[in-house]
Design a protein. Structure first.
Length: 112
């Protein structure tokens, strides 16, 4: 994964060479963010505290609505559905307290 800082947002790029290859494993953030599918297809899974899938959605770059809002505190996992899939997680810059700021803070945990 690669991080781009552009103006007042951060963009975490995800690249998956093969369908059903290793996912971005279950994790959660203390802020909302958008996952945008820019090539291929991705499955975004909502997980419970034990890692069980509660809900999932498949999104493709060719869809009219190819983005998913992931709410703060929701544990999620991202799987590639097609070879050479790619997506971006897009979010605002944050302080360690979770507050939105306009400039890059360098706080690593806000950019994972």
């Amino acid at each position: 994964m690669e991080l781009w800082v552009r103006g007042n947002i951060a963009i975490r790029q995800m690249h998956f060479p093969y369908a059903r290859s290793a996912p971005i494993e279950g994790h959660k953030h203390n802020f909302d963010h958008v996952t945008y599918v820019k090539r291929g297809g991705l499955r975004i899974e909502k997980l419970d505290d034990d890692g069980n899938v509660v809900q999932s959605v498949d999104k493709y770059a060719t869809d009219d609505n190819n983005a998913v809002l992931i709410l703060a505190g929701v544990r999620h996992r991202i799987w590639p559905l097609m070879d050479n899939s790619a997506g971006d997680c897009i979010y605002a810059h944050r302080t360690p307290q979770g507050d939105v700021v306009q400039e890059y803070t360098g706080w690593k945990e806000a950019y994972c």
